[in-house]
Each structure stands twice: as structure tokens, then as C-alpha cells.
Design a protein around this ligand. Structure first.
Ligand code: 0CM
Ligand code: SF4
Length: 316
């Protein structure tokens, strides 16, 4: 069997930074460090940080006074930020700067009195944070969430001529294009970004998995079940007609999957460490010693996001 590795795959700049923030906060201040929501959606990463003394909570009221809290890469609403301020918690913000960029757009449209449609998945923490940038006192507009072409077709807004859209950063590029086309058809004056707010890492990993699916009989995606961008990779491979499984790591592999597979495609979501990809290759090699591994060419990535000032000088 031949393994083809997608390129790029795995950690993006926002995930790298978010994990670094938790590690440096632990190094600098010691355990416990509270983290609101999983800092990134990966079981292995969360368990490693938990072992070091990070405590993951759903809401700030689970955190005792005078503690340190880190906001996850997916961002938080204004209400959460205000609550942390009122409680005088010390905050390190691991929100990805590309999510913050969307927050700034939401705030701008709100101030201008527009109606705004957020294209994103119901219940996802990034969507909750982005919806929560809307401040009803600022303008007379309203914010709406749209998840599909059907919802774009059905939505009724107060100001159809004064409306804009933004998107979640980790969506399917294909689905989002269709949703935007429907919104443009229904609201010809709608404003928005040039294309969408899907981040560079999501785009590059989707382009790479499409290339992988062209050549593979099956695609394995390393990523956790709650990771939106990882799920989109599995979905894309399947839409290209290739069987695909989302796995947290080598332990999830079922050897029966490989029967009839000559070329296996392997990739990883933006929150999945490369170590897990290596473990998967080793687990396959244990059963098939002749397996060869080839990495495909892909878009080089050299994005780096700066750390919060206070953590920049912490020695690892
Ligand atoms: O948004 P998603 O569910 O893909 O989150 P993730 O933690 O798997 O990936 C990184 C991010 C962000 C924002
Ligand atoms: Fe930022 Fe994109 Fe990575 Fe999310 S997937 S953390 S938006 S770079």
C-alpha cells in the first residue's frame, strides 16, 4: 500500500498560537490556568494541557475569583469579555486574529445600523462569539444566522436593502459559495468581504484534500469529532466519491478499512498535531511493513501570529 500525505495539513498559525499561550501561561504563572472552552478542538491537545494543569470550563462562573483565564481560539462574545472584566479575572486572549477580524466587521456593520447575516453552523462556539459581537444599543439593525442554502432562501430580514454578510472561518468553501450566491440573488445590494471569511488554513487544507481524493482509494482525516474544519475535510473527500474516516488517532483505526485500498490519503485538520499523523503511519506500517509514504506538493504556509505581549518573553 502507498500512503499519500496532504500538504498542507495539521496545525495552522492560530492553533499554534493558542496552544503556545496556554503553555506559556502555565510556565509563567503555574497551575491551575483556566481555559474557557477547549482551547482548540482536539482531544489529544486538550488532554496534554490538562495534564499540565489547565482546567477547561464551559462558563466563567466555574472559575474562582482572582484566577487566570484564557479564551479559546474560537473567540468569545462581548458579554463574556465584560463578565471577565467585572470579575477582574486576568485574561489572556487566544482568539485567532482571523476570528477577531470578523468580530471587527460585525461591530462595524452594527454601528452603521445594517442588518447582518452570519453564515455559520448553529451552536458552534465561534458562531456564538461572533453573534455576540452584535450590540443592539449601537444600531437599529439585527443579526441573523444562516447555515444552508435552504435557510438563505427562507430568511426574512428587516432591511433587505441595507444588509451585509460575514462568515465563520472554518466552513466548506463550496457550500459557502452556494449560500452567498443565494443571498446575492435574494438581496442584490448585500455587502460583504470579497469572497468570504474562510481562513487561509481552512482553504489550503480543503484544496489539498481535494487533490488527495483525486488519487486515493480512501482518505483518513486526523481530527476530533467537534472540529469543524476537520469535519469539512472528511465531507469534501466523500463528496469527491472517496470513502473517508475522521479519527482522533491511531487507536481509532479499524484494519478492515484497508481491504482493497492501494492508495491511502492521509491528512489532518488545523487543530491536529503532526505527532498523531506520524502515529497513524506507524500503526499502518506495523501491519503492512512494505508501505511507502509520499508527501504531495502544496501551498507553502508561513503565517505566524504574535503572542500577547506579557507572554512573549516567557522561556519555555
Ligand atoms: O472551528 P473549528 O471547530 O474547526 O476549530 P478547531 O479548534 O478544530 O480548529 C482551529 C480553529 C479555530 C477558530
Ligand atoms: Fe485561525 Fe483559521 Fe486556524 Fe481557525 S483554522 S485558528 S481561523 S487560522
Amino acid at each position: 500500500m502507498k500512503i499519500l500525505l496532504a500538504n498542507p495539513r495539521g496545525f495552522c498559525a492560530g492553533v499554534d498560537r493558542a496552544i503556545d499561550i496556554v503553555n506559556r501561561a502555565l510556565d509563567s504563572f503555574g497551575a491551575p490556568i483556566y481555559v474557557r472552552h477547549e482551547v482548540v478542538h482536539n482531544q489529544y491537545v486538550v488532554n496534554k494541557l490538562r495534564d499540565r494543569g489547565a482546567i477547561f470550563v464551559d462558563e466563567l462562573d466555574e472559575i474562582p475569583d482572582d484566577q487566570i483565564v484564557i479564551f479559546s481560539a474560537h473567540g468569545v462574545s462581548k458579554a463574556v469579555r465584560q463578565e471577565a472584566e467585572q470579575r477582574q479575572l486576568k485574561v489572556f486572549d487566544a482568539t485567532c486574529p482571523l476570528v477577531t477580524k470578523v468580530h471587527i466587521e460585525v461591530f462595524r456593520y452594527c454601528k452603521q445600523g445594517f442588518d447582518l447575516i452570519l453564515i455559520g453552523h448553529h451552536g458552534h462556539p465561534e458562531v456564538e462569539g461572533t453573534l455576540g459581537q452584535w450590540d443592539r444599543l449601537q444600531g437599529q439593525g439585527a443579526i441573523y444566522l444562516v447555515d444552508s442554502v435552504a435557510e438563505a432562501q427562507a430568511i426574512e430580514v428587516n432591511q433587505p436593502d441595507r444588509i451585509a454578510y460575514v462568515t465563520q472561518t472554518t466552513l466548506s468553501m463550496d457550500d459557502t459559495r452556494d449560500i452567498i450566491a443565494k443571498l446575492r440573488q435574494r438581496f442584490p445590494r448585500i455587502q460583504g468581504p470579497k469572497h468570504d471569511d474562510i481562513c487561509y488554513a481552512t482553504q489550503n487544507r480543503q484544496t489539498a484534500v481535494r487533490q488527495l481524493a483525486d488519487q486515493a482509494d480512501m482518505v483518513l482525516v486526523v481530527g476530533s469529532v467537534n472540529s469543524s474544519n476537520s469535519n469539512r475535510l472528511k465531507e469534501l473527500a466523500e463528496r469527491e466519491g472517496v470513502r473517508s474516516h475522521l479519527i482522533d488517532g491511531a487507536a481509532d483505526i479499524d484494519q478492515s478499512w484497508f481491504s482493497g485500498v492501494n492508495t491511502l490519503g492521509l491528512t489532518a485538520g488545523a487543530s491536529a498535531p503532526e505527532k498523531l499523523v506520524k502515529d497513524v503511519i506507524e500503526a499502518i506500517r506495523d501491519q503492512n511493513p512494505d508501505v511507502s509514504v509520499t508527501e504531495l506538493d502544496g501551498e507553502p504556509e508561513n503565517m505566524v501570529f504574535a503572542l500577547p505581549k506579557e507572554l512573549r518573553l516567557v522561556q519555555k
